[in-house]
Design a protein around this ligand. Structure first.
Ligand code: BGC
Length: 757
């Protein structure tokens, strides 16, 4: 495995520079605050390999779908989180020559993502046209003041006197790399430039999202503020000003650039400019040092709730922190219109849209590390889109019920890969399961009675219509689906889909019957009895000889191989085999039957899980980043710490080690939540059952100790697991009853207990 970065528990440090790794590193060094995000691009010009990327949460573009042969049901558009104004840019000229790092010789290079304090740092010594120049930059997007981004950038000519010209700018003339027709998505609305301030307002060509970026800069030489002259530059969708300074050898000239980005998602279009100015003024009043202090404090708070400490394994420690850092940068949960794109703010792939990833993978992290309003907002997002999900079902020919899209921004289906994914109706089940998970964790019945139940009923109605009755089997079947394993499409009776459909019906009926008095929504008796009939008579494919659930009918007709049989040079198969060959093979992209074993652990005994794991895991190529984490958790359950650790490390370091060779497209944010699950639910054996926390930890041999915090119904717990002891500290003032390795304990507020392992 190639190592790109130094091992360091709180920092990601890049100590070398290679053009061919640059786009990958730009993804890794992304910063964000849930409201906006920025790839690790250079501030100055760089004409080498680079994807300039600056993204605003919830601002998207409905790019017209690109397909060969249009079929009924195709989504009209593919939504894309859109690359917006480059607000970090500073062009630099030295003695009249534009400085382009790609054209210089890099003598020293260091890029550091400080995860503890939440900033990105870069230090370079560049030989340019025979002269040595030192460049330093530090930047962050404020976690406290979401619309603010700030940077400090400096140049020191190391062995010559020169004239330095800075050109700080705002550039809205930006293209999405993944635009289907190469089209630019933004139009200019207005721009203004005055002395050391500039403002640019742009608007999307469709949907009318407005973005107003405002900047102000200050220039310093040797720490003293300079009074400089400006030459203003205005072009289409571009504003900036040139500032020229005479600089002696070893003198440092620095520029502080303060920016506010405000959008019409949050403010009236007519107020945008004033709001932009107001927020910028707030940033200026605080200044760089105060803003960075606030950033440190905000990050401290986040880490206090979500940090995981692993003793004895630097590789794992760095990786888990990186995963948590990115999750906290991507979604902060104040706004129920927002969700979590598979790449967060780190790239364009997957369009920044919402997938089942949120419900199946991300929810547990936010549930356990934040106030419950954060996870609730993720659920409300789907409730708000219920009407669209019903429309979506209608469009596909259903008379009733709701089918949530596989990919969405506003509730409408908008997937580019429609051919593969439209039959992945299992997504509907994950949304129902998330409602159960949330309610089970928080006890928030108010949500369940008012919102959750509406979603459950409509999803159940969908399943009712989507199943069919097989006369031959005398049972219900679900035909023509794609399971989570996308390496097989249009299969009949995918076990996972049948199982989650029935589970949804069971849960919905249970909620309706148990809380009859509390729920206003009325469902007809005939409907409920139809659901019960489906529950009782669903067909599940299985293999009696092996005593396992069968992924789908006909799976055993395939040549039964294991991943060991694939030559190393042919992996990943999705980059080396034809699609036809993949579809015919027995190889599984990601957990499918085992996804069900994970969700429904409480419903199956350990032997059943073991038999299915032993059959399916060796056939799984884990070519979805979402795969290893689920397998790691199941391996923990089966008390196989070595296997669990191997899979954990794969998920945890997936991006840092560029395991799937695709991180240049962006980091796998949603799978990062799976990494968290593998530690807390896997090694920690954490679950919530009957309103109680339960822990049954195992320790990988490499770890001396690990600890994590959990917020559970207003109680904050610290769990520490070492070779001999499990220690639980109740950091709140409320008493807590919990189960540790099968036994019940009571921990008073402010107290801790230790249980021998
Ligand atoms: C996986 C899906 C997932 C999507 C986005 C695909 O590769 O197969 O399950 O929803 O990526 O992460």
């Amino acid at each position: 495995m190639k190592r790109y970065f130094d091992l360091d528990s709180w920092n990601i440090v890049q100590n070398y520079f290679k053009d061919e790794d640059n786009e990958f590193c730009e993804s890794i060094f992304s910063i964000g605050n849930g409201y906006m995000g920025q790839r690790g691009n250079f501030e100055e010009d760089y004409t080498g390999e680079s994807l300039q990327g600056s993204y605003m949460a919830g601002i998207y573009y409905p790019d017209k779908t690109r397909v060969g042969w249009w079929k009924n049901g195709y989504p009209e558009y593919f939504a894309k989180v859109i690359n917006s104004t480059n607000w970090i840019g500073i062009k630099v000229e030295v003695n009249g020559e534009n400085m382009d790092i790609a054209k210089g010789e890099i003598e020293e290079f260091k890029r550091v993502l400080n995860m503890k304090e939440g900033y990105l740092l870069r230090e370079v010594v560049l030989k340019y046209k025979g002269k040595r120049i030192q460049i330093k930059s530090k930047r962050f997007v404020s976690v406290k003041d979401k619309e603010i981004g700030v940077l400090r950038y400096s140049i020191t000519p190391l062995d010559f006197d020169c004239e330095v010209c800075f050109l700080p700018y705002l550039d809205g003339d930006i293209k999405n790399k993944d635009a289907n027709y190469g089209e630019k998505f933004w139009d200019e609305v207005s721009k203004k430039i005055e002395d050391d301030r500039a403002q640019l307002v742009i608007k999307t060509k469709k949907l009318d999202f407005y973005l107003c970026s405002s900047m102000k800069y200050d220039v310093f030489k040797n720490g003293e503020k300079c009074n400089v002259e400006y030459e203003n530059i205005e072009k289409n969708k571009f504003v900036g000003s040139k500032i020229k300074l005479k600089v002696k050898r070893s003198e440092e000239v620095e520029i502080f650039k303060y920016v506010s980005n405000v959008t019409s998602r949050d403010f009236l279009v007519t107020d945008l400019i004033d709001k932009g100015n107001e927020i910028l003024a707030r940033a200026l009043k605080k200044g760089f040092d105060k803003l960075i202090y606030e950033q440190r404090e905000a990050l401290k708070d986040k880490w206090e709730k979500s940090d995981i400490v692993i003793e004895g394994d630097e590789e794992a420690q760095q990786a888990i922190r990186y995963n948590i850092f990115q999750l906290n940068q991507t979604y902060t949960g104040e706004d129920s219109r927002l969700n979590i794109g598979p790449k967060g703010f780190t790239g364009e792939k997957y369009g920044g849209s919402t997938y089942w990833d949120t419900e199946a993978y991300c929810l547990p992290f936010y549930l356990a590390t934040e106030d419950m309003s954060v996870a609730r907002n993720l659920l409300l997002y789907r409730h708000n889109q219920l009407g669209r999900a019903k429309e979506n079902a209608k469009k596909l020919g259903f008379k009733k019920g709701a089918l949530y899209p596989m990919v969405t921004m506003n509730g409408e289906e908008c997937h580019n890969e429609w051919e593969i994914t439209f039959e992945e109706i299992h997504r509907n089940g994950a949304i129902a399961y998330a409602i159960y998970r949330y309610t089970n964790y928080t006890g928030d019945t108010e949500y369940l009675f008012k919102y959750g139940i509406e979603v459950l009923v409509e999803i159940s109605r969908f399943w009712e219509e989507r199943v069919s009755f097989s006369e031959e089997k005398n049972q219900y079947v679900i035909l023509g689906v794609t399971g989570p394993n996308e390496y097989e499409n249009n299969v009949n009776n995918n076990w996972y889909t049948n199982r989650i459909a029935v589970w949804t019906l069971e849960y919905t009926v249970k909620v309706l019957e148990e809380f009859k008095e509390n729920i206003k929504l009325k469902v007809a008796e005939e409907e409920i009895s139809k659901w019960k009939d489906i529950i009782a008579n669903m067909y599940y494919p299985k293999n009696d000889k092996l005593d396992i659930f069968l992924q789908q009918e006909g799976y055993m007709d395939k040549e039964q191989l294991t991943v060991e049989d694939i030559p190393k040079e042919e992996r990943p198969i999705n980059q080396n085999w034809s699609w036809d060959r993949i579809l015919r093979s027995c190889f599984i992209k990601q957990a499918d039957v085992l996804q069900g074993m994970y969700f429904f652990q409480h419903l199956y005994d350990e032997d059943t899980i073991r038999r299915n794991f032993d059959f399916y895991e060796p056939k799984t190529v884990h070519e979805s980043s979402l795969s290893p984490c689920v397998h790691s958790i199941l391996a923990c359950k089966l008390k196989r710490p070595d296997k669990a650790y191997e899979l954990f490390l794969r998920t945890a370091r997936l991006d840092l080690d560029n395991y799937n060779n695709d991180t240049e497209d962006g980091c796998h944010i949603t799978s990062m939540a799976g990494t968290w699950m593998s530690v807390v639910e896997g090694f920690g054996g954490f679950k919530v059952e009957n309103n109680m926390i339960s822990l049954s930890p195992i320790l990988p041999s490499k770890w001396k100790e690990f600890s994590f915090r959990i917020v559970f119904r207003e109680v904050m717990l610290m769990v520490r697991v070492s070779e001999n002891v499990i220690e639980v500290e109740n950091e709140s003032d409320k008493e807590l009853e919990l189960i540790i390795v099968g036994n019940e304990y009571k921990v008073d507020g402010g107290k801790n207990i230790s249980v021998n392992r």
